[in-house]
Ligand binder design. Structure first.
Ligand SMILES: [Zn+2]
Length: 73
């Protein structure tokens, strides 16, 4: 009886820790816009790269001219 109670508490504790861990990750991703302000995503291959190195075409960002042309085709 007591053993089951302890197991139950351990399981609940594990779930709470897991949920907290997930929330921690969620807030971590929510803080990303600061990085996203400097990085852009290639609309063709979805790779992140610095805004300075990105190729702008049709209002979208690409990692290279090749991908900008491929996306247009
Ligand atoms: Zn690309």
């Amino acid at each position: 009886m007591l053993a089951r109670l302890l197991i139950g508490l351990v399981v609940i504790g594990a779930i709470v820790m897991f949920v907290r861990g997930m929330r921690g990750r969620a807030t971590g991703t929510a803080e990303r816009p600061a990085i996203d302000a400097r990085t852009v995503r290639c609309a063709h291959c979805q790779v992140y790269l610095p805004r300075d190195e990105a190729v702008e075409a049709d209002g979208r960002s690409y990692c290279s001219r090749e991908h900008a042309e491929r996306a247009r085709a």
